[in-house]
Design a binder for this molecule. Structure first.
Ligand SMILES: *Cc1c(COP(=O)(O)O)cnc(C)c1O
Length: 357
């Protein structure tokens, strides 16, 4: 069975180093758990590393972490109207952009005798979630009339859909909006959440982070990189996750298919380059498990193509044997898919150094 090996101590180290780094300018961290489906031991490692909150887009993942006994402040990154009652019951803080949803959250919070905390998301150009800045004051005014909702913060999210880069301009805009809201309504907002793993360059280059005092990090903690240009962050581990799969066929074959070419399994008409007879291998892993384009192999193996359950490699004349294991590094898309596949076993590896720490 293919497996993903997860070095927990490296995830903890990454969380710790990032907490310290961002902490230098007063920014706290939310560890984002969605890519690993809220896997409790990974989340424990993030918490040991010093993240203040755990944030996930799915309530099911948050429920799983709570069931596993994880105790922290849980933040829901995406708030569906239909789940309002569960949100109020299970989650401490949710991110919101719709007044209808907030009304329902307030209604259920009253039913359950609670106050529900919310962070209002502002649109700063990426065109995923957010209230347009020109509508923000009115939106906050309406939200403040809801009896069981407490606005604890303002946030924004960039570099997700539109690929818009966090920079001093949009970050200053967020700070200014916060100042305006605080003044207008005579409230003080605790959490100003400026973004995600794409905020690293902005953070490093800015002298003044303004009102921003929080950031939500998934990929930086898990894979050790920022996400504007996917550069490794100095001092972080970039190989905490390794995918391991088995060779199930290894043969010398022509590089050009023979017979009439029609469509492949996914409806594409493939084309090939003739490189003569090559040593090829097939591994037991496919598109049902993984985003193949996000795999990187250490040994000089070249991925030629894939189907639902097979990846075809050119083994560059290395003599792979049936039963051998091949290791891959993963990007965010592959990590997401691998963690979600029921066919990939999750194996946690605790480095020996853990015991002495
Ligand atoms: C997924 C997500 C994050 C984390 O993004 P990374 O690039 O993994 O750091 C942060 N904020 C929101 C709203 C998200 O949905």
């Amino acid at each position: 069975m293919p497996r993903i090996e997860i070095v927990l101590s490296q995830i903890r180290d990454n969380a710790r180093m990032l907490s310290e780094l961002y902490g230098q300018k007063g920014i706290s961290l939310m560890g984002v758990s969605k890519a690993v489906l809220g896997e409790p031991s990974i989340i424990e490692a993030m918490i040991q590393g010093g993240v203040r909150f755990i944030a996930d887009s799915r309530i099911e993942n948050i429920q799983k972490m709570k069931n596993a006994g994880i105790s922290t402040q849980f933040v829901l990154l995406r708030t569906p109207l239909s789940q309002a009652e569960s949100v109020v019951k299970i989650v401490d803080i949710s991110l919101n952009t719709e007044i209808e949803t907030l009304k329902k959250l307030s209604y259920y919070a009253k039913v359950h005798n609670k106050n529900h905390q919310v962070i209002i998301m502002v649109e700063l150009g990426d065109l995923r979630e957010g209230i347009l800045p020109c509508d923000l004051v009115q939106f906050i005014r309406e939200t403040l009339t809801l009896s069981h909702i407490k606005i604890v913060g303002i946030g924004c999210n960039l570099a997700c859909y539109g690929g818009v880069k966090p920079d001093s301009k949009n970050m200053e805009e967020l700070s200014q909006l916060v100042e305006r809201i605080e003044k207008e309504f005579q409230i003080s907002l605790e959490i100003i959440s400026g973004g995600n793993s794409a905020n690293y360059e902005w953070y490093k280059s800015t002298e003044d982070v303004g009102k921003i005092n929080n950031i939500r990090l998934g990929e930086s903690i898990l894979l050790g990189c920022e996400t504007v240009s996917r550069k490794a962050i100095p001092g972080l581990h970039t190989r905490a996750f390794q995918l391991v799969a088995e060779v199930i066929e290894s043969k010398k074959k022509p590089s050009l298919p023979f017979g009439e070419i029609c469509q492949d399994a996914f409806g594409n008409v493939p084309s090939f380059q003739d490189r003569g007879i090559r040593q090829r291998a097939i591994i037991a892993l496919g598109r049902q498990d993984i985003l193949v384009s996000g795999l990187k192999c250490d040994r000089k193996l070249e991925i030629l193509g894939s189907s639902s359950d097979h990846i075809i490699l050119d083994s560059n004349n290395q003599n792979l044997q049936v039963g051998d294991e091949v290791n891959f590094n993963l990007d965010y898309g592959s990590l997401l898919a691998a963690m979600t596949s029921p066919f990939i076993r999750k194996q946690f590896i605790q480095k020996i150094s853990d015991k002495i720490k």
